[in-house]
Design a protein around this ligand. Structure first.
Ligand SMILES: Cc1cc2nc3c(=O)[nH]c(=O)nc-3n(C[C@H](O)[C@H](O)[C@H](O)COP(=O)(O)OP(=O)(O)OC[C@H]3O[C@@H](n4cnc5c(N)ncnc54)[C@H](O)[C@@H]3O)c2cc1C
Length: 647
């Protein structure tokens, strides 16, 4: 008898979800893709600047190993090294694959792929399609998935919401609970495995974020509440350059600096002259001065901290406001249109100023989560990823997988620009073979699961939505969300300290109390987003606890997590190579007392002690309504952790 095809449920139709769907269908399995909105409107379409791969078409000496090194250093050594290495090694073939699928990457005059520079590297490594790279990538993958849809292997459920996993009596994931956002019907889907490719959670910061409204992190948080581990939640990326705005903050992509954009402020505090009237001598190009080697292309955590310092500690924000200039006016209009047209149009549309003629005003904004659902992986004796291992990308709930921004292992404490599109497509492609080996070998197939497992899940969620619709208190859920976002913006952002974090963590219980007093402002039964939003808000409150408690307990300064109190104060003349010599000396016996200046030796000892305690993945598990935090070792077997330096 012919065996039925395996059926995998994928939640999310961004780059991670679409590439997973394509890969799984290639192996003759069926896929259901569930998404809040039309797949082509997934948040990935907003990605602007590009995608990294060390193809080295300019002959600069770049290589996948250098890409790996930059990624690990950029993430302050907190990324899982075997996974990050495999991603960087596969990056060139991913770009070639996307190119063959028709992505309109910019090209050189000779017809080769063009690459631009991005932060945290000295190489031109970022492939791009103007400034709408994410859109081009999504559209190409969507076309591939449509082909399989035509062949009956893909079923799309757009305008549907995933509410949680269906778990059997042993806690194994057997399917998903789905909410039809038009009819309000709640039903279950049975599958051999479920993949969460649900993107990031930056909307926890409400309007302080560059993310789309659907990026609530609710799916991952629900998995956490069902027993999955959530890792490194405190590592939230603040992008240095966003367009300030009252409704939301819009990204001004790093590609603007990759194409030569310069950040500066007037040297004189409160100088309110037209920027074009301020002569060069009276401008402070602070990134270029403080970081001569990387200049405007230092990694995002570094740039955001420096902008913060210039604005708040030195009072040099433009006209006393929290803003600095990002200047492209020295480039020709034609060049800017070709390379950055999409994002410069966005700036003009929302501010009325033409960035080709006048410097842009920008400020940092919440952008990305390095943390996410903890996932497993398997390596061989040489630490290479076992491509078909069912463990790859599986969360701590058996049968429930995660990929893309929803996972946690690739970017450590800080993500390099243009590495996210890569990790989304990489995890989407690599997850396929492993999920299918899991599906083939799982003890019971979906037909053998008692129907009561699905009925119970449906009845729980139907009841929950009924009670949400009946909520009749005095709190407006949308206002409560704005307040939560403002609290997170004020307390858990670029510069962190324990007193403030402690206060912030305690204040979250007030949000829980206010949540109970919500009024469901619309209880209509047709296409009503309010009950869903209330449920997502509940998840965001829990996610804010994970982020804040993780930040409170991590007493160090690493990547995007900056607690000045625990700064190890690297001496300004310190060279990170010294640390490698220091380690070699340790390995061969004794460290010679006069081999290093005393201040360097003392710093290296502080660095080592700090790593012993904190070079760990934070693991949050849901217990008694709170995140219970523990720490797991990070695999650093391929690159010795060393102090970071970019000047
Ligand atoms: C403005 C902006 C520009 C960026 N530019 C770049 C760039 O140039 N280069 C780069 O590398 N990175 C960039 N990033 C980051 C990058 O775009 C994202 O990290 C990446 O696209 C995430 O892709 P994903 O597939 O994980 O999720 P997404 O593309 O966010 O897709 C998530 C999917 O899950 C669905 N979903 C979520 N929850 C549910 C639910 N409960 N039920 C049903 N469906 C659900 C959504 O509908 C969506 O289909 C940028 C980010 C922003 C905000």
């Amino acid at each position: 008898m012919a065996q039925r095809r395996k059926k995998i449920i994928i939640i999310g139709g961004g780059l991670a979800g679409l590439s997973a769907a394509m890969k799984i269908c290639e192996s003759n399995a069926e896929v259901v893709i569930v998404a809040y909105q039309s797949l082509k409107r997934s948040h990935s379409v907003c990605a602007q600047g590009g995608i990294n791969a060390a193809i080295d078409s300019r002959g600069e000496g770049d290589s996948p190993d250098r890409h790996f090194y930059d990624t690990i250093k950029g993430g302050d050594f907190l990324a899982e090294q075997p996974l990050a290495r495999d991603m960087c090694y596969k990056a060139p073939s991913i770009i070639r694959l996307m190119d063959r699928m028709g992505v309109a990457f910019n090209r050189t005059r000779e017809g080769h792929l063009a690459f631009r520079r991005f932060g945290g590297t000295l190489y031109s490594r970022t492939a791009f399609a103007g400034a709408t790279t994410g859109q081009q990538l999504v559209y190409s993958l969507d076309e591939q998935v449509r082909k399989y849809e035509h062949d009956g292997m893909v079923q799309k459920m757009e305008w549907h919401e995933y509410l949680g996993a269906v778990l059997d009596s042993k806690g194994i994931c057997r399917g998903a609970i789905i909410h039809n956002l038009r009819t309000n019907e709640i039903f279950t889907l049975a599958g051999d495995a479920v993949i969460l490719a649900t993107g990031g959670p930056s909307r926890v910061y409400a309007n302080g974020s560059t993310a789309s409204t659907v990026n609530t992190g609710a799916a991952a948080t629900m998995a956490y509440m069902q027993g999955a581990k959530y890792a490194n939640g405190e590592f939230i990326q603040i992008h240095p350059t966003a367009i300030p705005g009252r409704d939301k903050l819009r990204l001004m992509s790093e590609s603007a600096r990759g194409e030569g954009g310069r950040i500066w402020v007037p040297k004189k505090p409160g100088d309110n002259r037209d920027p074009l009237d301020i002569p060069e001598m009276e401008r402070y190009y602070f990134l270029e001065e403080r970081y001569p080697l990387f200049g405007n292309l230092v990694p995002r955590d570094v740039a955001s901290r420096e902008i913060y310092d210039v604005v708040y500690n030195q009072n040099l924000g433009i006209d006393g406001q929290p803003m600095v200039y990002l200047d492209l006016t020295h480039k020709s209009k034609e060049y800017l249109q070709d390379r950055l047209g999409g994002i410069l149009d966005i700036y003009k549309k929302f501010t009325g100023d033409d960035p080709k003629l006048t410097p842009m005003k920008i400020f940092p904004a919440v952008h990305y989560s390095m943390g996410g659902l903890w996932t497993d992986y398997e390596t061989d004796s040489e630490e290479m990823i076992e491509p078909k291992s069912p463990r790859n990308q599986m969360t701590s709930i058996q049968g429930l997988y995660a990929a893309g921004e929803a996972d946690c292992h690739y970017h450590g404490a800080n993500r390099l620009g243009a590495n996210s599109l890569l990790s989304c497509i990489y995890t989407g492609l690599m997850i396929g073979p492993g999920v299918l080996s899991y599906a083939k070998n799982v003890s019971k197939s979906k037909e053998d699961i008692p129907s009561s497992v699905f009925e119970d899940a449906k009845s729980y969620w139907t009841g929950r939505f009924k009670s949400i619709s009946k909520m009749n208190g005095s709190e407006n859920p949308y206002q409560l969300h704005r307040d939560l976002g403002e609290m997170m913006m004020a307390n858990v952002l670029i510069v962190r300290d324990n007193k403030t974090l402690d206060r912030a963590y305690n204040s979250i219980s007030d949000f829980e109390t206010r949540f109970k007093d919500i009024k469901c402002v619309d209880s209509n039964d047709w296409a009503n987003p309010t009950p869903s939003f209330i449920n997502q808000l509940y998840c965001m409150i829990h996610l804010s606890k994970i982020i804040t408690k993780g930040a409170l307990l991590r007493d160090e300064f690493r990547g995007a997590h900056f607690k000045p109190e625990f700064d190890l104060n690297q001496p300004s003349d310190f060279d990170p190579h010294e640390y490698i010599h220091y380690q070699e000396q340790q390995n061969f016996g004794e460290v010679s007392g006069d081999a290093f200046p005393p201040s360097h030796l003392a710093y290296m000892k502080r660095f080592e002690e700090n790593n012993k305690k904190w070079l760990k993945t934070t693991i949050a598990q849901f217990k008694d309504n709170q995140p219970n935090i523990t720490y797991a070792d990070v695999n650093t077997s391929l690159l010795t952790p060393r102090p970071r330096k970019y000047d």
